[in-house]
Design a protein around this ligand. Structure first.
Ligand SMILES: [Cu+2]
Length: 407
């Protein structure tokens, strides 16, 4: 009896499997268009390996950093779809000429040595260049040592659909909007980077590595790094990042604006579930900044957290505000002195008072206000106008500068 029962179970199982196989075969024609079109790219010191001709549509770059150093692979659409011969003659020109870029398409972000990931972006037919924007210890761009390569995207479409995402991240102005959670295993993240200023990277925080160490690497991009960067997407359009996620501590971080809170920590449990680390957004405080001739009205002290900052002016001039995070040992006076020295031709390039990038607020006038959202961590910040008046005196020296201390 037992024997028969088992046999019938096996028969049922076999039937079920063959039905599954049949239904897969039937659907094959329908799903073939969603099969990824994969292009292998590797990076090493100092070269990229990839085909010189690829298909258009949604292209999945399987990027592998086989080098000993950190590398990145930015993809640019070339202006006028120049030919390989034109490209080559630009590169060999003396003095050095700029390769004309039509637009940045994104591409594989920073990868620490040995790391690999897949990045899917949409490419139109035309001519392109892939290049590494990092510099050697001696300060020479990797691109000048050979890490740039011309390639053509043909009319033939490789994949019409992007991969199906497991979660989404929108890179809004200076903050991350995260929709969904990651799990252990292979995961695909849709990254909406239509504001082309922002990149996004996934960093592991293993052992002694901390968020600050990740930001330290991001501010000068010089190896060695204790922050292990698993990959990411460079600025531009919509990208899909596919990675293998294992249990551990992670941060999503923008290289340029991580110092302004454009990062999110999380952990993956041994069971492969995402654990949030308590940085989850919370309330957003509204801050109004009003620029007057010779003054900036804004709160001098704030508590850390999410802020929506709105910039207005009533006067007849255009103001271009900059917002910067001061390094620990630097003050507003240090910044003014560095700027004065530069103006006087006493250049001291090693000294720079700010952490990483500045926030550039779009120009404001009486008719045009601007706003953005960001997360402020404790520290000292400077808000100033980068415009000059008719006599060439910077607005910041006429009082358009405000120190903001965040507790
Ligand atoms: Cu490189």
């Amino acid at each position: 009896m037992t024997y028969f029962k088992e046999l019938s179970l096996i028969t049922t199982a076999l039937l079920f499997i063959s039905m599954l196989l049949l239904s897969c075969a039937e659907n094959e024609a329908d799903i073939s268009s969603s099969e990824p079109y994969v292009v292998d790219v590797y990076a090493a010191e100092y070269a990229f390996g990839m085909p010189s001709e690829i298909k258009s549509g949604w292209v999945t770059f399987r990027f592998d950093n086989k080098g000993k150093e950190t590398h990145v692979a930015q993809i640019y659409h070339l202006e006028g779809d120049i030919s390989f011969d034109e490209y080559r003659s630009i590169l060999s020109a003396e003095p050095r000429q700029r390769v004309p870029h039509e637009s940045v398409m994104g591409g594989p972000g920073l990868h620490t040595t040995g790391e690999s990931s897949e990045i899917t972006i949409k490419l139109e037919p035309g001519s392109y260049e892939i290049l590494c924007g990092l510099v050697t210890e001696e300060g020479e761009p990797h691109a000048y040592r050979g890490m740039r390569k011309y390639f053509v995207v043909t009319d033939e479409v490789g994949a019409e659909q992007p991969p199906k995402p497991d979660m989404r991240i929108a890179l809004d102005e200076y903050h991350l909007t995260i929709d969904g959670e990651l799990q252990g295993g292979s995961q695909t993240v849709e990254i909406d980077g239509h504001h082309t200023d922002f990149d996004l990277h996934l960093v592991t925080l293993e052992g002694a590595s901390t968020v600050d160490e990740a930001f330290d690497y991001f501010s000068d991009l010089r190896d060695p790094t204790r922050a292990k960067i698993l990959g990411g997407v460079e600025e531009g359009h919509t990208s899909y990042l596919t990675l293998h996620i294992t249990p551990g501590d992670y941060i999503w971080s923008s290289q340029e604006y991580g110092h302004f809170g454009m990062y999110e920590k999380f952990a993956i449990s041994p069971e492969g579930k995402q654990i949030l680390k308590g940085d989850a957004s919370g309330d957003t405080e509204q801050i109004d900044v009003r620029v007057k001739e010779n003054a900036i009205e804004a709160p001098g002290e704030l508590f850390s957290g999410n802020k929506k900052v709105a910039f207005h002016t009533d006067d007849s001039q255009t103001h271009q505000l900059r917002f910067a995070s001061l390094k620990e040992d630097f003050t507003r006076e240090d910044y003014l002195k560095i700027m004065q020295d530069r103006q006087d031709g006493i250049s001291n390039n090693d000294e720079w008072p700010f952490k990483g990038y500045l926030i550039n607020v779009d120009p404001i006038t009486a008719d045009n206000s601007e706003s953005f959202t960001l997360r402020l961590e404790s520290g000292n910040y400077l808000l100033y106008c980068a415009e000059d008046d008719q006599e060439g005196v910077p607005h910041r020296l006429s009082g358009e500068m405000k120190s903001i201390s965040v507790k």
